[in-house]
Design a protein around this ligand. Structure first.
Ligand code: PEP
Length: 239
């Protein structure tokens, strides 16, 4: 299975910046064996979908109801109608979402034909008091489905946008915990992934990909990360 590289643009950029990013990625994407998923803000989704060749486009959220009186919200079916293929769910920056809402969103997303990337992760307090495993098991039981196709993103809250990253052993251990709760699934890591640490992260044998926030905003920088993955991960698995 190819390595998954997800770019989460959050609430950044402009339409023209994003169009430029996708065009550059299109030009370089021939021969890339990693699976690239780019998640722009909602307003750039139609441009991104129309322009992208080999690149998968994802949304950063959807609502947990199929339709209805939910002003300002976007449903999974609407995303599918745009020909979106992925959706990030349960990101910790979306505060006040409950585990059961995240689970419902995942069900509706899958039913609508989207592939959810569902986030789990402990906060700084739980990490410091060594409760990571307990929190991850709780989140797996309460927000993740057991029999569906989706990807899990392990995103410790204290690592997002901070420059801090857990050790490779810590990440590998959490991935095992997730798999022991929900079975064999693709588990990726997110939290301050950069050009400086991608080489080390690629040594985690049970890691299936990365979710990249701020380091995905600059095309040249992001592309260097892709190149590093191509050189390291994909050459290793073909040996
Ligand atoms: C994220 O947005 O999920 C994320 C991991 O951000 P960053 O890479 O900036 O830490």
């Amino acid at each position: 299975m190819s390595f998954l590289i997800v770019a989460n643009w959050k609430m950044n950029g402009t339409r023209s910046l994003f169009v430029d990013f996708i065009n550059k990625l299109n030009n370089k994407s021939n021969g890339i064996t990693s699976k690239i998923v780019v998640c722009p803000p909602f307003t750039s989704l139609p441009d991104a979908i129309e322009l992208s060749d080999n690149i998968n486009i994802g949304a950063q959220n959807c609502h947990h109801k199929k339709y209805g009186s939910y002003t300002g919200e976007v449903s999974a079916r609407m995303l599918k109608e745009l020909e979106c293929t992925y959706v990030i769910l349960g990101h910790s920056e979306r505060i006040n979402e409950t585990d059961s809402e995240i689970k419902l969103k995942s069900e509706i997303a899958i039913e609508s034909g989207l592939h959810p990337i569902i986030c789990v992760g402990e906060n700084a307090e739980n990490y410091k008091s060594r409760r990571t495993k307990e929190v991850i098991v709780y989140q797996c039981k309460n927000r993740l489905l057991t029999h569906s196709e989706y990807t899990v993103a392990y995103e410790p809250l204290w690592a997002i946008g901070t420059g801090y990253v857990p050790s490779n052993d810590e990440i590998a251990e959490v991935i095992e915990v997730i798999k022991s709760c929900i079975g064999e699934k693709q588990v990726i890591y997110g939290g301050s992934v950069s050009l400086e640490n991608i080489g080390s992260l690629l040594r985690i044998s049970n890691l299936s990909g990365v979710l990249i926030g701020s380091a995905s905003l600059d095309f040249d920088y992001f592309y260097k990360i892709i190149q590093q993955v191509e050189e390291t991960y994909n050459s290793e698995i073909s040996n």
